[in-house]
Design a protein around this ligand. Sequence first.
Ligand code: CP
Length: 341
Amino acid sequence: MLGQINDKIKPRIAALKKQRADLSQIAEEIRDGRVLSATDLVSVDDLSLEDIGLIFELAKLFQLELPEHKKIPLLRGKSIINFFMEESTRTRVSFEMVGKHLSADTINVSASSSSMAKKGETLNDTARTLRSLRADLIILRHSQAGSPGMIAAEIEPPVINAGDGWHDHPTQGLLDVFTIEDYYGSIEGKTVLVVGDILHSRVAGALIRSVLKCGGKIRLSGPPTMIPKKVEAEFGVEVEYNLEKAIKDVEVVYALRVQLERAAGAFIPTIRDYSKLYCVNPVRLARAAPKAMVMHAGPINREVDLRTEVMEGPQSFVETQVANGWAIRAALLYLLTRRSS
Ligand code: CP
């Protein structure tokens, strides 16, 4: 998908720059009146392939051009609420930075700074309050699966799921596929090996949905206690518990964090036993395809999920994922606040 987008979009950007179009104009020209079929982003399942193509076109533009511009007025007059009821570094900071970069007014609300934690206001009532305050878009991270979907059904402003419990993290899934396509041109036919705590990981859920939707293949490896039963039949993925076998010839090695804050420690004997069998180290990586990508959504448990030599090595795309998250989130803020042509 992105290889074809690159062929189309790069000459178009160059031509528009020659005509001295500014970046807001270029974004509008690239969008060309198109809108997302989804009004919210609760899961990648909400998006069609055309939607994902449109998001990737805009993300490519922002990836190439936005860093050169201090600020552009694309979202001037829009109010975006970053509502983070659970900790976050990458997702929260990138949404906030990108909102400011596109000239939106961004307002941060956390569990401790809202009236929910100590005064008992419900999530639905809080969302209605934010709607009454004329929020144009609400970004929600919550420890309870289903929370973003519940408020999306309740209020009109678009809602982006920034991660809900064990369930989903659609902007992560999109930025991961974008990163893979940016490297290989297309994810079609490529095998993404997901290693580790699949059971507790919303990153795994988002990645599996996104990769399969865009034509890639998924292989899972990890302790049997951390891989849901019947996942092969239900999702159409492969499972191989032995990492030495699973990693053979794959194009992408995607390591997950053991989610100790979600009691994942009870699913393995010890962290040391886990890392002995599932930490991605240089010897294991050598069995993957030549120049295979190494990915991780972060935060990383060094020497448990990934060995430092691998995390900081030439095959690591961990920092590229963070940078691409910025471009994908810019595209989504722009598209979800443009509901008409
Ligand atoms: N990848 C991710 O969601 O990281 P944060 O928890 O830091 O946002």
